[in-house]
Design a protein around this ligand. Structure first.
Ligand code: AHG
Ligand code: MN
Ligand code: MN
Length: 335
């Protein structure tokens, strides 16, 4: 038993991945090589985030993306950083970014490009200029050799979230924390700036099964479907037992708090966004995978997020994400 006086071992994310991959005889180290590119990219993004204002990374680019949203300078820098770092890894075949209309084919299947990496390079862009936590979200799938060559790259990317082989996020907050799963629990690392490595801080993170906290932008409440409105009324009653509202406006930060403290995050259909605002492939899917691995749940109000078969690359989805019992409670009003 490790006494508190004994120094804790320093386990980096690379070591952790290699250790966990050792359990799989077929593991080729391919995956840790890929994850290394993602951790490298997030360290470069983190240094830009921490020097915002000193480096010219604040404000907009004056351009809009496929989402119809104004692209911030840090969105573009983060996107280009991830594409550059991943593009040099020969096991990355296709990249899908929130910032790019079409999939980026880095190399063909024949050249070992067996992984598809889907990512939101910078989540919470509206918070960049006001120094509020933002993040990066990623999802990893394998290419499907059976798809018709016609529009292969696109159709290879349109897989249900249950096919993910890994998922993770980095939250650039008061500290920089990475969480990832390969389907064998959720593990967390904190970036130690003194030597630039992500160090293991929590293994097999479990989400509290319930939590008296809901996270939603109530400004749109009057346009939510009626079931969501009834849930929000219920959550304010004495019978519900003093729920509090926490909403940062960065999905990755609102999720990180929910993962550690319990509760539920909601982005329902709204008048403006009848399908919800959040994107299935690189926001809902990766966080749903992590939530379920930590004992939580993720639904679109009708079905499990990870069962959804996407029709388009940037498809949006309603999202109910968090503690198992809290998601079930919302569904009891919404279903
Ligand atoms: P992104 O910055 O990648 O476009 O994501 C922003 C998302 C998500 O981070 C957050 O939960 C949501 O937008 C906030 O939306 P509202 O401002 O409509 O509440
Ligand atoms: Mn986002
Ligand atoms: Mn984004």
């Amino acid at each position: 038993m490790e006494s508190s006086s004994e120094p804790k071992p320093i386990i980096t994310v690379g070591q952790h991945i290699q250790e966990s991959q050792r359990a799989y005889p077929t593991a080729t180290g391919d995956f840790s090589w890929l994850l290394d590119a993602i951790t490298l990219a997030t360290k470069i993004i983190e240094s830009n985030v921490r020097q915002a204002g000193i480096r010219d990374v604040l404000g907009g680019t004056g351009l809009s993306n496929v989402q119809g949203e104004l692209v911030q300078k840090l969105d573009r820098i983060s996107n280009d950083t991830i594409v550059r770092c991943l593009g040099y890894r020969d096991n990355v075949g296709i990249m899908v970014s929130e910032e790019d209309d079409e999939p980026i084919v880095a190399r063909d299947m024949g050249e070992r490009g067996k992984y598809i990496v889907l990512f939101d390079p910078l989540d919470g862009s509206s918070n960049i200029d006001v120094n509020v936590s933002i993040g990066t979200i990623f999802s990893i799938m394998q290419r499907r050799a059976d798809t018709p060559k016609s529009n292969a790259p696109l159709s290879e990317c349109l897989q249900p979230g249950m096919n993910q082989v890994a998922a993770g996020y980095v939250v650039y907050g008061s500290s920089t924390v990475m969480a990832y799963t390969t389907g064998d629990g959720v593990h967390m690392f904190t970036l130690d700036p003194s030597f630039g490595a992500y160090v293991l801080t929590r293994e097999n993170v479990k989400m509290p099964p319930e939590g008296k906290m809901y996270s939603v932008n109530e400004a749109y409440r009057s346009t939510f479907p009626e079931g969501y409105q009834r849930y929000l009324e219920w959550a304010k009653t004495k019978e519900a037992g003093n729920y509090s509202l926490r909403y940062i406006g960065s999905l990755v930060a609102d999720f990180h708090r929910t993962l550690l403290r319990g509760g539920v995050f909601l982005y329902p259909p709204t008048g403006q966004q009848p399908q919800g605002k959040l994107r299935l492939l690189y926001e809902a899917n990766p966080l749903a995978f992590i939530a379920e691995q930590a004992g939580g749940a993720a639904s679109d109000g009708q079905m499990r997020i990870l069962d959804k078969c996407p029709d388009t690359l940037h498809q949006r989805t309603p999202l109910i994400l968090g503690s198992k019992h809290e998601v079930e409670r919302v569904l009891s009003f919404v279903d």
